[in-house]
Design a protein around this ligand. Structure first.
Ligand SMILES: Cc1cc2nc3c(=O)[nH]c(=O)nc-3n(C[C@H](O)[C@H](O)[C@H](O)COP(=O)(O)OP(=O)(O)OC[C@H]3O[C@@H](n4cnc5c(N)ncnc54)[C@H](O)[C@@H]3O)c2cc1C
Length: 381
């Protein structure tokens, strides 16, 4: 069965005239048995860059007199129906990004322990070192591991908020859970799928020349990751959704609650005064400060010059993800009850290598909209 968006005759123009239909492959007889084949067929399988395990095709409806479809919901309200599905699908696609990034990370770490090349600083003997001992390879692997963990944390927080929205103890808790899920969904989807591309590309890099050869599987992950930032609403559209609709939810209450949760983590870090944290408390505090300031700038832009807010949406979403993902990892580090300290390593690495970009993203949001909006000559064909 196919879910098809289509227009009824004389429907209003634009998205307000789209209806949703269920179009079965076989029609059903009055007695419930399978009837004739419906008038639809596959016009051809697309040749895609990746996800070859998931065929995508062009469907042709009504070549032979007309396909039968059944209206779902109300006439002209098809897009609203589709959004019900898309909101769930966005979190799933975010998790698709986490999955690809996790596989790329595990593959690269295993390879880095096997592959020997050069001599690492401090290596004894004549033998070449496993590349995992080279500081630059460690940096790549930690970037892969920590950003994947931050993306996973964002997706889990969104899923938890959805659980509260469905099963919270009070109507107030359920409403707050729903608003939190709505706020976090575009961040989880776009950040997780953006970093999936970055992580999969780093995975190829860790493999060196072999990464470019299909046999290692690293290149396949890079191709598979690419679609996740495009479908279920491109990541540019997620960023616009965050700025235009989610930042202002309930007069900004959902955003303020999220900001308060981030500050609470930072207060916990500062209280513990653990030297192993390095500069993590300071870097995360700067990141949350940058997010708070950039949000105020965006709210002014939204009111006075909406085009400027749209130009800043993507750097703003990244800034949001760095501050929220970084504080989520810091919570895990503080709760860690093991000697190995793997959460501490990831949280500190993320704060000192990724979230530290937050203040410069905030500057971009303040500084660069007018340049982007006035770039007609530079972008002329
Ligand atoms: C493998 C695959 C499977 C798919 N499966 C499905 C499916 O099952 N069901 C389905 O309905 N669709 C499906 N799609 C379609 C997919 O959801 C769209 O391709 C995607 O949402 C992007 O839309 P578009 O291709 O029209 O790009 P466009 O909308 O043309 O976007 C092109 C570029 O312009 C940007 N852009 C567009 N509008 C704006 C705006 N207003 N503001 C700022 N930037 C903008 C985009 O971010 C993007 O960078 C699939 C696509 C692929 C490749």
């Amino acid at each position: 069965m196919h879910l098809v968006l289509a227009r009824l005759p004389a429907a209003p123009a634009g998205t307000r005239g789209i209806s949703l239909f269920l179009v079965p492959k076989f029609l059903v007889n009055a007695d419930g048995s399978l009837g004739a084949r419906n008038d639809l067929r596959c016009g051809g399988i697309e040749h895609k860059m990746g996800i070859h395990g998931s065929p995508t095709c062009t469907m042709i409806f009504g070549d032979d007199g007309g396909a039968t479809g059944y209206l779902i919901g109300e006439e002209n309200r098809g897009l609203a129906c589709m959004f019900t599905m898309m909101n769930n699908a966005r979190l799933s696609v975010g998790l698709q990004g986490v999955g690809v990034a996790e596989r790329a990370t595990q593959t690269a770490i295993a390879f880095a322990h096997e592959r020997r090349q050069g001599r690492a600083p401090g290596a004894s003997g004549e033998a070449m070192s496993p590349i995992v001992e080279h500081p630059d390879v460690r940096r790549m692997l930690l970037t892969m591991k920590a950003t994947t963990s931050a993306a996973r944390a964002l997706c889990y927080m969104t899923a938890q908020a959805l659980d509260v929205a469905h099963r919270g103890g009070t109507p107030e808790a359920r409403r707050a859970g729903l608003e939190r899920a709505r706020l976090l969904t575009p961040v989880a989807k776009a950040y997780a799928t953006d970093i999936a591309n970055e992580v999969a590309s780093l995975g190829v890099q860790v493999h060196g020349g072999m990464g470019f050869i299909e046999e290692t599987g690293a290149a396949q992950l890079m191709r598979d990751a690419r679609i996740a930032g495009i479908y279920e609403g491109t990541n540019g559209i997620q960023a616009i959704d965050l700025v235009q609709r989610k930042l202002t939810l309930s007069g900004g209450a959902a955003f303020k609650a999220e900001l308060a949760a981030m500050w609470a983590v930072i207060a916990g870090l500062q209280e513990q005064e653990d030297l192993r944290f390095g500069t993590m408390p300071r870097r995360l505090s700067e990141a949350v400060e940058a997010l708070a300031g950039a949000s105020e700038t965006l709210l002014v832009q939204l009111a006075e010059e909406p085009a400027a807010a749209l130009a800043s949406a993507t750097p703003y979403l990244r800034l949001f993800a760095l501050a929220r993902g970084g504080t989520a990892l810091a919570s895990l580090a503080m709760a860690e009850n093991s000697e190995s300290g793997t959460w501490l390593t990831q949280a500190r690495f993320f704060a000192e290598n990724c979230a530290c970009a937050a203040p410069s993203l905030a500057s971009t949001i303040v500084d660069s909209a007018s340049c982007i909006l006035a770039a007609d000559a530079a972008l002329a064909v």
